[in-house]
Design a protein around this ligand. Structure first.
Ligand SMILES: Nc1ncnc2c1ncn2[C@@H]1O[C@H](COP(=O)(O)OP(=O)(O)O)[C@@H](O)[C@H]1O
Ligand SMILES: [Mg+2]
Length: 584
């Protein structure tokens, strides 16, 4: 019920038009209700008196009613189609805007395929209700009630004899609704599962092929598809149990009416014209009963869809801007982590992390995979809230800051590079869409991307595919470095972002960065000692804690984890060098 109310609420902006459409529909219904009255007069008055002079005007009235019906129906459906399409537009835009505001946590929880289902088929389900369902409900309800009222004026005995069926039909309909709703819900869910499988398989197609897992993936898909088939069939079975029962119950109306009507006629309590007119009303009563299953079906589907849509819409962002957001006067890149503890919901991923980065410093974060390096830098943009401690950027706790300016002051080069299906230029200036071409080129230069872009078929105007198909891993990384550099962030975060770039290029990128990032803070997550050894401070993470910290030389002197890493890398290097010497 709440859901229906909310849906009705969404119609508020279209109130006038919906009202107009329903008024037109009322005309249609009224004209249908009046017609049997005229039929009755034709039979009771014209036929016995054989007065053809009366026949023509009565038929004229009937004709007028038909005309009113047609015109009203046409205009009503035009209006409601438009309203429903507009509503779909509102819903989709609203949902999309809402999705943009949702935190990382939401996207950890819901898969793309599922979200796509909501954006398409669930919204369509709601549209069906507005475009067709609403009128069907209105129509049948008013026809039913109206016919009963008109009928009761003609013969209360007949009305009562037909009303006997109403409670039985009500109970049957209720049962049907109860059985079919959960199945529809499962169908929606399964649709989402299937969509998720499809989107993931398609975007991971290269992996599927590389591991020759096509058959396995097809089978997995078939399994989910089969489940959808089963659910759809289940709904069909429930439906086909119910339809004949409804047909039977509504079919009983005519014989009952003829039986009671016949007796009344023979007893002289009813005239023939009335009996025939009553027959016209019986259909107005029977049809809504027969349509009931279809109505319940449609409403149940729309309600389950709307339920899911509203669930998404209500998915609040737990990351809220403070009432009075503060913004530092100047973003300088002064970062303080003070006893920060964080978990994604399970075990603590970061434990009691404290450090300070002064403006202009380079902080390197090292450690084995899964020790929390990426998590640590993600916290800077407040994509997740921490459980204990505080993070300050330029003197203000990030939970007290306005979110957008904070995030704009950061330049992220994410560990997983993602490029949009767009030109290289537009990918690079994603964070500053109005940046001049000069700046784009400068950023590309810094990221050492200028040379390979120059060799592309259309240079900067080359469109790189979804996920940057057509570029090598190192090239994609360089484009995403350029994208971050272009925003001139006060804090640049490079999460393993030169892992696919050779050492020499990496060195050049670092040299260039030094120039452009003068006075800005940089966080570098890397595995190569060469990438981090010039950092002002190196943090070595181990199992979510800072195990060691200091400069390259300080850490070497400690002879701890860092020293071990240096030794390992140096040994590999020596082996490599020895191999080269052996070849020569
Ligand atoms: N979005 C997430 N939801 C839940 N757990 C996560 C998420 N991202 C990372 N983790 C977990 O947090 C730990 C640290 O991950 P991460 O910060 O990516 O490590 P690193 O970058 O050092 O390899 C890992 O155990 C990982 O499984
Ligand atoms: Mg990582």
């Amino acid at each position: 019920m709440d859901i229906i109310k909310r849906l009705a609420g969404m119609l508020a902006p279209y109130k006038k038009r919906v009202f107009l459409a329903l008024s037109l529909q009322l005309l249609v219904i009224l004209s249908g209700l009046i017609a049997p009255f005229i039929t009755k007069d034709i039979i009771n008055l014209v036929i016995p008196s054989l007065d053809l002079g009366m026949l023509a005007p009565l038929c004229g009235w009937l004709l007028l009613l038909v005309a009113i019906r047609s015109v009203s129906t046409y205009s009503r459906s035009l209006i409601l189609e438009r309203v429903s399409q507009n509503l779909v537009y509102d819903l989709r835009t609203g949902l999309y805007q809402h999705l943009q505001e949702l935190p990382y946590g939401f996207f950890d929880k819901f898969r793309i395929g599922e979200i796509l289902s909501r954006m398409t088929s669930d919204i369509e389900g709601v549209r069906n209700l507005i475009a067709g369902g609403m009128v069907t409900v209105f129509n049948n309800l008013l026809n039913f009630v109206g016919a009963l009222i008109f009928l009761s004026f003609m013969s209360w005995e007949l009305t009562l004899s037909l009303l006997i069926f109403a409670p039985i039909i009500g109970v049957v309909a209720w049962q049907f609704n109860k059985r079919i709703r959960p199945v529809f819900r499962d169908i929606r869910e399964q649709n989402a599962v299937l969509n998720t499988r499809t989107t993931e398989d398609l975007s991971g197609m290269r992996v599927v092929k590389a591991f020759a897992r096509e058959k396995h993936e097809s089978e997995r898909f078939s399994k989910e598809n089969l489940r959808l088939l089963e659910l759809n069939l289940k709904a069909t079975w429930i439906w086909s149990d119910f339809v004949p029962l409804m047909e039977f119950l509504s079919g009983l109306c005519t014989p009952v009416m003829l039986l009671v009507g016949g007796i009344l006629l023979v007893q002289g309590n009813l005239d023939l014209g009335t009996l025939i007119a009553v027959n016209g009303y019986v259909w107005l009563i029977i049809n809504p009963m027969r349509a009931l299953s279809g109505i319940i079906n449609m409403v149940a589907q729309a309600v389950t869809s709307a339920e899911k849509l509203f669930y998404y819409m209500d998915f609040g962002s737990e990351i809220k801007e403070p009432e009075q957001p503060k913004t530092p006067e100047k973003f300088e890149g002064h970062v303080v982590f003070d006893h920060v503890t964080f978990s994604y919901g399970g075990e603590d991923v970061l434990k009691d992390i404290s450090f300070e980065a002064l403006p202009g410093q380079t902080i390197a974060v090292m450690g084995a995979t899964g020790t929390g390096k990426s998590t640590l830098v993600t916290l800077l943009g407040r994509f997740y809230d921490i459980q204990k401690g505080s993070i300050k950027v330029d003197g203000i706790d990030i939970r007290e800051q306005a979110l957008k300016p904070l995030r704009r002051s950061l330049g992220y080069v994410m560990q997983e590079t993602f490029l949009f299906s767009d030109t290289l230029t537009d990918n690079i200036r994603f964070g500053r869409p109005d940046a001049e071409m000069e700046k784009v080129e400068r950023a590309a230069q810094v990221a050492q991307a200028k040379e390979f872009i120059g060799k592309m078929p259309h240079g900067y105007e080359t469109i790189v595919g979804e996920r940057g198909v057509g570029l090598s891993g190192g090239q994609k990384q360089r484009v995403s470095i350029a994208r971050a550099v272009l925003t001139e962030p006060s804090i640049l975060i490079m999460d393993d972002s030169t892992s696919a770039v050779d050492m020499e290029t990496e060195y050049e990128i670092q040299q260039e960065l030094k120039e452009v990032l003068k006075g800005r803070t940089t966080f570098i997550i890397a595995h190569r000692i060469s990438s981090v050894k010039n950092a002002d401070q190196i943090l070595v993470l181990d199992d979510g804690r800072i195990a060691e910290r200091g400069t390259h030389h300080e850490l070497l002197a400690k002879k701890g984890i860092y020293y071990g890493m240096v030794q390992d890398q140096y040994r590999d290097f020596e082996k490599y060098a020895a191999g080269k010497a052996g070849e020569a």
